[in-house]
Design a binder for this molecule. Structure first.
Ligand code: KIV
Length: 277
């Protein structure tokens, strides 16, 4: 691409076409500055419902609303020029019927400008995924550990070990056949996610699913060290921005108390010296 040609945004068919090519890179973003950080480096900015826990202090993702996803989705889309935004459908916005899912997915897309949604669930959501994709809603599926089902799963556990591997494989095949353009595998053992990746013709994007996936996703605040309430084994911390921010705020507070800040440098003089008014 030349320096003057317009930047072409990534779209769902581009992601689908990346199967077997170079690894896909996805990171969460919830704000315009967060999206601007993601845009030059990643293929996809995921407006995850993890926003409820990371930015709003919720104990799980279950309390996240459509209004929250729209607000954060809009902010993220404003910060992107190349990477594709994918918006999570929040708990309760799609499980009741394909019609309910379409209504809410269309609203998320229309009110944010994002070209795709993500929803949790495998074989039991296949009918809904098919209904959406046939009506112009590109769907990224999410199987394995599905955090919105934490209460039925009995915790944030690895899924696909101890006899339930075949169920995860069946979920993967079902979402592909239903028309999903890619699928997130969360907390799935690496051998199983490798077999799923080999079997599917759509890209798998792993989080805690090992190296064999077609792409990877992490929560931005986890990998930057900004969200430290808990630290799953699959999170690699690439920076410790939380510690840097803590030190910076401590320095600011100390300087204000010692009347060191603001200095003359950060204050406005009463008379401008040596300059024309
Ligand atoms: O909500 C989220 O951030 C997610 C990722 C962890 C895949 O769904």
């Amino acid at each position: 691409m030349s320096a003057t040609s317009p930047v072409r945004a990534v779209l769902p068919p581009d992601i689908r076409a990346r199967k077997g090519q170079s690894p896909l890179v996805m990171l969460t973003a919830y704000t315009t500055p967060g999206a601007r950080l993601v845009d030059p480096h990643c293929d996809i900015a995921l407006v995850g419902d993890s926003v409820g826990m990371v930015l709003h202090g919720m104990a799980s993702t279950l309390g996240v609303t459509m209004e929250m996803m729209i607000l954060h989705g809009r902010a993220v889309v404003r910060g992107l020029s190349r990477a594709m935004a994918v918006i999570d459908m929040p708990f309760g916005s799609y499980e009741e019927s394909p019609e309910q899912a379409f209504r809410n997915a269309a609203r998320l897309m229309a009110e944010t400008g994002a070209p795709a949604v993500k929803l949790e669930g495998g074989a039991h959501m296949a009918e809904t995924i098919g209904f959406l994709t046939r009506r112009g809603v590109p769907v990224m599926a999410h199987i394995g550990l599905t955090p919105q089902s934490v209460n039925t799963l009995g915790g944030y556990r690895v899924v696909g070990r101890d006899g339930d591997a075949e169920g995860v494989m069946l979920d993967a095949v079902a979402v592909e056949e239903a028309g999903a353009f890619s699928v997130v595998l969360e907390k799935v053992p690496m051998g199983l996610s490798g077999r799923i990746t080999q079997r599917l013709t759509i890209p798998t994007i792993g989080i805690g699913a090992g190296v064999h996936c077609d792409g990877q996703v992490l929560v931005q605040d986890d990998m930057l060290g900004l969200f430290t309430d808990f630290r799953p084994k699959f999170v690699k911390r690439y920076a410790d921005l939380g510690a840097l921010a803590d030190q910076a705020i401590a320095d600011y507070a100390a300087e204000v108390r010692a009347r060191v800040f603001p200095s003359e440098e950060h204050s406005f003089p009463d008379v401008l010296k040596g300059k024309k008014p």
